[in-house]
Design a protein around this ligand. Structure first.
Ligand SMILES: CC(C)(COP(=O)(O)OP(=O)(O)OC[C@H]1O[C@@H](n2cnc3c(N)ncnc32)[C@H](O)[C@@H]1OP(=O)(O)O)[C@@H](O)C(=O)NCCC(=O)NCCS
Length: 132
């Protein structure tokens, strides 16, 4: 299986929805206009493609100077544990550069994933949750 990696390549809201659905990541998959805003507002979208099928995505907001927030990392179910997630983060980090920190909130299921790929635990993180 040859996976093609791209940064900031065009993706559609439907393709993003399909990856979220297949991965199991809880995102507003039925609200395509909201997904479209999520695509348009992101600074970096790293994507993984099996031919013309989007099979993985890492979506990040950033100022490209100091900080970045990795909001969504998702790999289609049948492609998981094939190093796609790790590669998407590597591509994102390369695009951001060494001056930019990368922050994320892990789902409970993925909490043990991030230390395996180089993230440090940050116990002083705080947030205000969205209402819906
Ligand atoms: C979590 C996710 C993005 C990981 O991507 P992936 O391509 O499946 O994982 P990788 O192949 O890059 O995994 C790298 C290593 O971490 C391990 N790993 C993968 N998922 C893991 C998990 N959930 N918990 C612990 N370790 C995990 C892999 O076995 C691999 O180990 P190895 O280096 O010893 O072989 C993907 O499984 C996914 O989309 N899960 C559902 C959605 C989700 O939880 N997203 C994260 C939101 S914070």
């Amino acid at each position: 299986m040859a996976i093609d990696y791209r940064v900031n390549a065009p993706i559609t809201a439907q393709q993003l929805s399909d990856v979220f659905c297949s991965s199991g990541l809880n995102r507003p998959v039925d609200d395509l206009p909201r997904l479209q805003r999520m695509i348009e507002g992101a600074g970096v979208i790293a994507s993984a493609w099996d031919s013309d099928r989007l099979v993985g995505v890492a979506r990040t907001m950033t100022d490209f100077a100091f900080s970045a927030y990795l909001s969504d990392l998702a790999v289609c179910a049948e492609y998981q544990r094939g190093r796609i997630g790790k590669e998407l983060i590597a591509r994102t980090r390369a695009h951001l550069g060494d001056q930019v920190m990368l922050l994320l909130l892990a789902t409970p299921e993925a909490n043990d994933y991030y230390p395996r790929i180089g993230f440090e635990h940050m116990p002083r993180a705080w947030w205000i949750p969205r209402k819906f």
